[in-house]
Design a protein around this ligand. Structure first.
Ligand code: SF4
Length: 422
C-alpha cells in the first residue's frame, strides 16, 4: 500500500455497503467501533486460541477500534504494526514485578480530580476517559477506557477554578482519554473558559484522533480550535503505515487553520523499534507538516511489558537519525521517570572530553573534532531579566549553575542524620 492511499472500506466485507457519508462521519465511526472478539472476527481472521486470549484480556482493559483503523490492519500478517496496537493480546494478562498502576504518579501530584500539577508553570488537565481507539500500550489504562465517561462538569469546574487561582500556571495541556472525542460544543466551552484566564498563555491538546479517527478533524472543527490560539496539537503516530490520505488531510486541516502540530511516538517492540521504520516515520510526518517531537520509552504500566524495549534501543534510533537526516526530523527521546520525576532526555554522547581550552566532540560520522573555548569563558550576565530575578528562582541543577549553592541533596540523607546536621 502506498503511504498516502485512502483507506478502502470496500476491501472489508463488513463495511462494503457503508455509504461514504456514514464512513466519513466521525460519530458513525465511534458508534460502530469494534468492541469484542466477535465483532473483530468479522474484520480480520482470528484463530480460536487468539479469540480466547482476547476475551480474557478484555476482562481487564476494554477494546475499541474504529472501523477506519480496523480497515488499516493487514489481513495477512498476525504481527503487523496496526494490529499490535489495536488488538487485545493474552500477554496483557502478564503482570511483572516492575509493573505499576500509575507509573508516572499522576495521582500523587493531583490537587483536584482530573488535574496534575507537577511542574511549576504548567498543568495536565484530563477532560475525558474516552478514546476513539483504546491503544493496547496505553500508559493511562488504569482509568482510560475503564468506562466511557467524560469528565464530570463539577470536576472540570474545580480544575478550571484551580488554574484560575494559580497565577504561575502559564501552560495547560488538555488530555484524557482523547479530548477530541468530546462534542465540539463541550470542548469549545472548556477552551473558552481557559482563554478567559489571563495568565494562561498557551493551550496544548494531546489527541490521537488524527491517527485513528481522522474524520473528526473537519475544517469547521479546526476553525473552532483556531479561535483559541496560541494552541498546539500533539498527536501520536507510531508507524508510517498510519499515515494515509485521511490522516494527512486531518493534519492539513489543522495546519491550514494555523495550528502547529507535533508528534509523540511511543517506542514499541515489534511495532517501531527499528531505526529504518522510525526514519521513514519522521520523514513522512514532516511531509504532512507534523514536527516529530518526542519518542517516549514505553512506561511501566500494568500488562504492557511485552511492548517494552531496552532504553538502548531508543538511543540507537537517535544515533541513526541525528546528522543522518534533517535536524527538524529528529525528536527528543525521553524516559518519563517512574514515580513522577518527569521526562528525562536520553541521547548518545557527543561530547568526548574537555579541558579549559578545548571541548572534544564527535559527529554522526565518527569524526572527532575540537572546539576552542573563549579566552575568558566566564562572564556574568547583566541582562534585564537576570537583574530582576532573585537568585533562588532556578530549580534543580540549573540553579546550581547560576547561584552560590553548593549541592542538591535528598531530604533523607543517612550521612546528615549520623553527623546530626539535619
Ligand atoms: S489515545 Fe492515548 S489515552 Fe487513548 S488509549 Fe491511546 S494512548 Fe491511551
Amino acid at each position: 500500500m502506498s503511504i498516502h492511499a485512502p483507506v478502502n472500506p470496500q476491501k472489508v466485507p463488513l463495511y462494503a455497503d457503508v455509504p461514504p457519508e456514514d464512513w466519513n462521519d466521525w460519530r458513525w465511526q465511534m458508534r460502530h467501533a469494534l468492541r469484542n472478539a466477535e465483532d473483530l472476527g468479522q474484520v480480520i481472521p482470528l484463530e480460536r486460541m487468539e479469540k480466547k486470549g482476547m476475551e480474557e484480556s478484555l476482562q481487564k482493559f476494554r477494546m475499541a477500534i474504529t472501523p477506519y483503523y480496523a480497515a488499516l490492519i493487514d489481513q495477512n500478517r498476525e504481527d503487523g504494526p496496526i494490529r499490535a496496537q489495536a488488538v487485545p493480546n493474552v500477554l496483557e494478562l502478564v503482570e511483572r514485578p516492575s509493573d505499576l498502576l500509575d507509573p508516572l504518579s499522576e495521582e500523587g501530584d493531583s490537587p483536584v480530580p482530573g488535574l496534575t500539577h507537577r511542574y511549576p508553570d504548567r498543568v495536565l488537565l484530563l477532560v475525558t476517559r474516552v478514546c476513539a481507539m483504546y491503544c493496547r500500550h496505553c500508559t493511562r489504562r488504569r482509568t482510560v477506557g475503564q468506562e466511557d465517561s467524560h469528565g464530570r462538569p463539577e470536576e472540570i469546574d474545580m480544575a478550571l477554578q484551580y488554574i484560575s487561582s494559580h497565577e504561575e500556571i502559564r501552560d495547560v495541556l488538555i488530555s484524557g482519554g482523547d479530548p477530541f472525542t468530546l462534542s465540539t460544543e463541550r470542548l469549545e466551552s472548556i477552551l473558552s473558559r481557559l482563554r478567559a484566564i489571563p495568565h494562561v498563555e498557551i493551550i496544548r491538546i494531546g489527541s490521537r484522533t488524527p491517527v485513528v479517527l481522522p474524520q473528526r478533524i473537519t475544517p469547521a472543527f479546526a476553525a473552532m480550535l483556531s479561535r483559541y490560539q496560541p494552541l498546539y496539537v500533539n498527536t501520536h503516530f507510531n508507524h508510517y503505515k498510519e499515515i494515509t490520505a485521511e490522516s494527512a488531510q486531518a493534519c492539513a486541516n489543522l495546519a491550514n487553520a494555523g495550528i502547529p502540530l507535533g508528534n509523540q511516538s511511543v517506542l514499541l517492540k515489534g511495532v517501531n523499534d527499528c531505526p529504518r521504520i522510525m526514519k521513514k516515520l519522521v520523514h513522512e510526518l514532516l511531509k504532512i507538516r507534523v514536527k516529530p517531537y518526542y519518542i517516549y520509552q514505553c512506561d511501566l504500566s500494568m500488562g504492557i511489558g511485552h511492548f517494552r524495549t531496552s532504553i538502548a534501543k531508543g538511543e540507537q534510533i537517535i544515533e541513526s537519525l541525528r546528522g543522518h537526516t534533517t535536524g527538524m526530523a529528529v525528536p527528543t527521546f525521553v524516559v518519563d521517570a517512574p514515580g513522577g520525576g518527569g521526562k528525562i532526555p536520553v541521547m548518545p554522547n557527543y561530547v568526548l572530553s574537555h579541558s579549559d581550552r578545548h571541548t572534544v566532540l564527535r559527529n554522526y560520522e565518527g569524526v572527532i573534532t575540537t572546539y576552542t573555548e573563549p579566552d575568558e569563558p566566564y562572564s556574568e550576565c547583566h541582562c534585564e531579566l537576570c537583574r530582576e530575578a532573585s537568585p533562588s528562582q532556578e530549580n534543580g541543577v540549573a540553579g546550581l549553575l547560576q547561584d552560590d549553592r553548593l549541592s542538591l541533596e535528598p531530604t533523607v540523607l543517612q550521612r546528615r542524620r549520623r553527623n546530626g546536621s539535619s
